[in-house]
Design a protein around this ligand. Structure first.
Ligand code: ATP
Ligand code: MG
Length: 230
């Protein structure tokens, strides 16, 4: 069985006349260590699918299996533990906490762990080193650039070394240079073994992945990776 398996997942919001089918029926298998891009038009259901894969939104029908576990069969607090241990998230509307410095922002996911304060700091500094921002650990978010803020969000998502990273439009608000920097960083994390599931509108960014799929009409289909065809 693949590492992440979506089995005929569907999601409907509301009911009666107000019912919206965000995802009709999707089957998707993702291997450990894979980097996959999910594309599709606005409103196609990409974020809904990502949230369901990431244990944040239970499907109306179907199952999500991760590492052999049917995650929505877990009790609420067990699912939260599972998410904390196995998943890191980078969202389109990520927000760093403005009154915490870079280092403190990156340390946030460690708050509920049993590490000592010194160990938390050292883990956060090493995550910042991986994204090339160790020297800016003591700045506030508004004292660094947008691209750097996005990299801080990535450091925060990987600080507890979760096996899977979910990213929804991680370069949505960045110019092309910063965007390429973030994509190269994701590629590097992936080459170090991180499984990455990324939603993007950008074909250019999608090409950094091993595989591209398109969500359309509530379903999913493979798209050719141009780079692989060259
Ligand atoms: N909580 C909700 N309640 C009702 N409808 C919703 C909800 N969340 C999403 N939808 C609807 O489900 C559909 C899919 O939304 P989704 O956010 O998954 O799209 P998307 O592909 O991520 O779009 P975008 O590229 O604009 O981010 C849309 O029609 C949206 O309006
Ligand atoms: Mg979206």
């Amino acid at each position: 069985m693949s590492y992440i398996v979506a089995d005929k997942v569907a999601k409907e919001f509301g009911n009666g006349d107000g019912k919206v089918t965000a995802v009709r029926s999707i089957d998707l298998s993702i291997e450990q260590g894979e980097f996959i891009s999910i594309m599709g038009e606005s409103g196609a259901g990409k974020s809904t699918l990502l949230s369901m894969l990431g244990g944040l939104l239970s499907p109306t029908r179907g199952h999500i299996n991760i590492g052999g576990i049917d995650i929505y069969s877990l009790k609420r607090d067990k699912l939260a533990d599972f998410r904390r241990e196995f998943m890191g998230f980078i969202f389109q509307s990520f927000q760093l906490v403005p009154y915490l410095n870079v280092l403190e922002n990156v340390q946030l996911p460690l708050a509920v762990t049993h590490h000592s304060e010194a160990a938390k700091k050292s883990l956060a500094l090493s995550a910042l080193e991986r994204v090339g921002l160790k020297d800016k650990a003591h700045r506030l978010p508004n004292q660094i650039s947008g691209g750097e803020q996005e990299r801080v969000a990535i450091a925060r998502a990987v600080v507890n070394e979760p096996p899977i990273l979910f990213a929804d439009e991680p370069t949505g608000n960045l110019d092309s240079r910063n965007s390429a920097e973030v994509m190269n960083l994701l590629k590097k994390l992936n080459s170090e073994g991180q499984t990455i599931v990324m939603v993007t509108h950008s074909r250019l960014n999608a090409e950094y992945a091993d595989r591209i799929v398109e969500v359309a009409d509530g379903g999913i289909k493979d798209m050719p990776v141009m780079r692989a065809m060259c």
